[in-house]
Design a protein. Structure first.
Length: 81
């Protein structure tokens, strides 16, 4: 595991202390969670950018036109609750 020293404004430090206490975790765990969430968000964004780079609107429209225009059947429905 690596150690990282970061300088932050006092106001931000106070907010981190406050929110970490509210969550019942250490400042270290709170900050690690924030960083981890941001890394995951960035990786997800990168994934969808790569996946969508091959999107061809004409091919999508062609595939969509092959789907029959029929009413939804009972088997197509999802019952929640």
């Amino acid at each position: 595991m690596k150690t990282l020293q970061v300088r932050i404004p006092e106001f931000i430090h106070g907010q981190v202390v406050k929110y970490a206490q509210e969550e019942g975790v250490s400042m270290n765990n709170f900050i690690l969670t924030l960083i981890s969430n941001e890394v995951i968000r960035q990786e997800t964004s990168d994934f969808f950018q790569r996946a969508s780079s091959h999107f061809d609107p004409a091919s999508f429209a062609e595939a969509l036109s092959a789907v029959p225009d029929i009413p939804v059947t009972r088997d197509d429905q999802i019952n929640i609750g």
